[in-house]
Design a binder for this molecule. Sequence first.
Ligand code: HEC
Ligand code: HEC
Length: 137
Amino acid sequence: MKTLLSVATLILGLTAFGGQAETASVAVKSLRQAEVTTALAADAMPTYPTKGKAIERTFIHQPPLIPHKDSYPITAKKNGCLTCHSTDKAAKMKATAVDKSHLEADGKFNNEYYFCVQCHVAQADNKDAIVGNTHSK
Ligand code: HEC
Ligand code: HEC
């Protein structure tokens, strides 16, 4: 445990100090008893746009990007997104209500839209280097 803690401290120290330190020297054993001599520094934490601000859309009917973390649980029992974005809670939570297209004719939520992150993706600014492509409009 002690070794683990000092490794964690070392890695934390390195990331705080040098940004993206590649590796750190360590001397620990894996669960399979293999010697581990280097540890990768943790990835940079994602940073999201200013809280409470929507991101401008780039094309009509684009599912708007999520300007905050997207790790709210979506399970059979609970939809963490609807706790802020459902039509009855949105105003109170200062969030935009789901689009009318996500509702049934009687105004109830249409469960075909239940899995929000199928269409909406979070936007953070720690993106990997963009890979070139030949797509044109
Ligand atoms: C704690 C409340 C809260 C939760 C939970 C939450 N959001 Fe949000 N969301 C906000 C707020 C506040 C904004 C910024 C105001 C706005 O544009 O709605 C926002 C913005 C958005 C937007 C941009 C809307 C636009 O018009 O551009 C999308 C899309 C979105 N959220 C999707 C989601 C999804 C998907 C989840 C679940 C993974 C989720 N939100 C969970 C509060 C929340
Ligand atoms: C099948 C794809 C899809 C799913 C699933 C989906 N959305 Fe959307 N959402 C869209 C599209 C597309 C739009 C943009 C509608 C338009 O402008 O025509 C949108 C718009 C929105 C908006 C902006 C509404 C506005 O008035 O600006 C919010 C907020 C939102 N969705 C939240 C959610 C949440 C929360 C969930 C899950 C409970 C969800 N969406 C599930 C595709 C989806």
